[in-house]
Design a protein around this ligand. Structure first.
Ligand SMILES: C[S@@+](CC[C@H](N)C(=O)[O-])C[C@H]1O[C@@H](n2cnc3c(N)ncnc32)[C@H](O)[C@@H]1O
Length: 229
């Protein structure tokens, strides 16, 4: 049983009470550009609000959702069923600290999604995920990330440090989460063949939404763009 099981039901309301719709806005920021998704891999998507919205929008897409919490996956399946997408979702209840299962198909997923999930892991665990995700991804794959962030400077730097510290303390008490600081996912994704395309920040830099792409494809897109200019 995962420590997140007991949060599956109240999770959405806990989020709204603490951050209003700020996390939701972050999660859905890149949704409009994901319409043509074919095969999505959702890691730690919790109660499935994003999975259901993705499958409702990308009507030809199917998805694999992996989470350590059976309670969260139960909520996710219910949400997918509510949008008529229950046949397009496959779920696996597994901890991802050691990366992805070798049984996942290679060169298959054109979308990887991790919303407020990488912050549950340490750098070494993110490295496993980034490495394995690159193997499972197609050459044109994208990776959408939402997470907390401590800005390098500015008025929100200290408040962000405090909020992040309090959140880790709360999640340690509520779920037994072992991670206690944000991983440095940027350089890790970069050295595993991913390149950031766009970043959106909110709440003064405390929240980030990022769109990453497989590096080869990102380079091709950039060189075509510069040739056209
Ligand atoms: C903070 S919640 C985020 C949920 C959702 N993605 C969101 O945007 O709110 C983290 C999710 O990741 C899952 N999780 C945490 N650590 C995990 C691990 N090591 N392996 C697999 N899932 C994990 C939890 O069960 C939970 O569903």
């Amino acid at each position: 049983m995962s420590g997140f099981d007991r949060l599956a039901k109240p999770y959405r309301w806990m989020e709204y009470l603490s951050f209003g719709t700020a996390l939701e806005n972050c999660r859905f920021h890149f949704l409009p550009v994901l319409r043509n998704t074919r095969h999505a891999l959702l890691l730690g998507d919790g109660d499935g609000r994003f999975t259901a919205a993705l499958l409702r929008q990308a009507t030809a897409a199917d998805a694999v959702a992996i989470d350590a919490s059976g309670g969260m996956l139960h909520a996710l399946k219910k949400r997918c069923a509510a949008v008529g997408a229950e046949r397009r979702i496959q779920t696996f209840c597994t901890a991802l600290n050691n990366g992805l299962s070798e049984s996942l198909p290679r060169n298959h997923f054109d979308l990887i999604v991790t919303h407020f999930f990488l912050d549950c892991l340490n750098d070494a665990e993110v490295e496993h995920i980034a490495h394995d995700a690159a193997l499972c991804a197609t050459a044109d794959a994208r990776w959408v990330i939402s997470d907390f962030h401590i800005p390098d400077h500015g008025a929100m730097r200290l408040p962000s440090r405090l909020i992040v510290r309090l959140l880790y303390l709360a999640f340690r008490l509520l779920t037994g989460l072992r991670a206690q600081q944000l991983p440095t996912h940027g350089p890790i994704l970069h050295r595993n063949g991913w390149q950031m395309q766009q970043q959106q920040t909110s709440l003064g830099g405390l929240l980030i939404s990022e769109l990453w792409q497989r590096a080869d494809n990102a380079n091709i897109a950039k060189s075509i763009k510069s040739e056209l200019q």
